[in-house]
Design a binder for this molecule. Sequence first.
Ligand code: FMN
Length: 340
Amino acid sequence: MDLSTDYMGLKLKHPLVASSSPLSDSLEGIKLLEDSGISAVVMYSLFEEQIRRDNEAFDFLLQSGTESFAESLNYFPHLDTEHKGSEQYLNLVRKAVEATDIPIIASLNGVTNVGWIDYAKQIQQAGASALELNVYFIPTDLEMTPISVEQCYFDILKAVKSAVSIPVAIKLSPFFSATGNMAKRLDEEGVDALVLFNRFYQPDINLETLTIDPHTELSTPAEIRLPLLWIAVLYGQIKASLAASRGVHSSTEIIKYLMAGADVVMVASILMKKGPKYLQVLLNETEQWLSARGYHSVNEVRGMMSRKNIKNPGALERVNYIKVLESFENPFASGIARSR
Ligand SMILES: Cc1cc2nc3c(=O)[nH]c(=O)nc-3n(C[C@H](O)[C@H](O)[C@H](O)COP(=O)(O)O)c2cc1C
């Protein structure tokens, strides 16, 4: 079975990539992922806030009144203790590159296009094979227009692309009014891959303490639907590679993502839950499913269920949504049919 795949020019032995998580925040963790058979590792993120703190030039954004940025400081409450500084990050990239034979993809997480972009260059010099940008941005400032929100992404991409020659991926938010058009324009601006999607940690309210509770939960398989839809829509329409990142807990999700058109499928929660060695189960099950149906490579199935290749593209659109709603019956209704 030929499971090999190309992800933004990186030749990978199979499509399973470890996405950014605490599993990749140490050399031991990265080596364990490699020993478990992963094809590439996205390192945990280096946050813009960490870089700024390290540079002691942090005041300027707070003074410039960027409310949403100040808010993000509250969102990442324990950066100093939970995450290492920028020097340690670069050291870890160097060591991981030396100690492994798989591509090491570094991850930068930020919202502005100044200061921390220099680290993109240093990450390349440290030997990373590629860079993933996680633009974690919650536009809570009601004066911000969609155009200015979108511009943040383009500014960051442009600044990073002009600083490095390694491939650059963007981990995208699903919250755009025109997600497809956003993907298309990022593609035109030269992004090498889109990672669909960033998983925003939506804070809860603790009713006992009456505080905002920013706890994180691992994903569930039901979460694949949104990335699955957009991968199916984008497949064959943009040059950039497509990475599926969310909700993979078994070979079922992996195969669905490949059929929608993903070049790689990323995993975090399942490996955190079951341990990196569980990767072999995921791989074996995927291989068995493919060979039981007479396929010889992942390329044969990639995109076969994409919008471009299905007989009825409407199945991905509004018409199907209406049908789905109509298929539900109100168990309390007295029998008057709903008509649309
Ligand atoms: C505990 C934890 C920490 C994470 N840290 C990061 C991070 O530093 N940077 C990032 O881009 N994504 C981070 N993620 C998101 C994952 O990379 C991934 O996109 C998300 O968990 C969805 O994939 P999954 O369903 O396989 O978990 C984190 C996820 C978890 C569960």
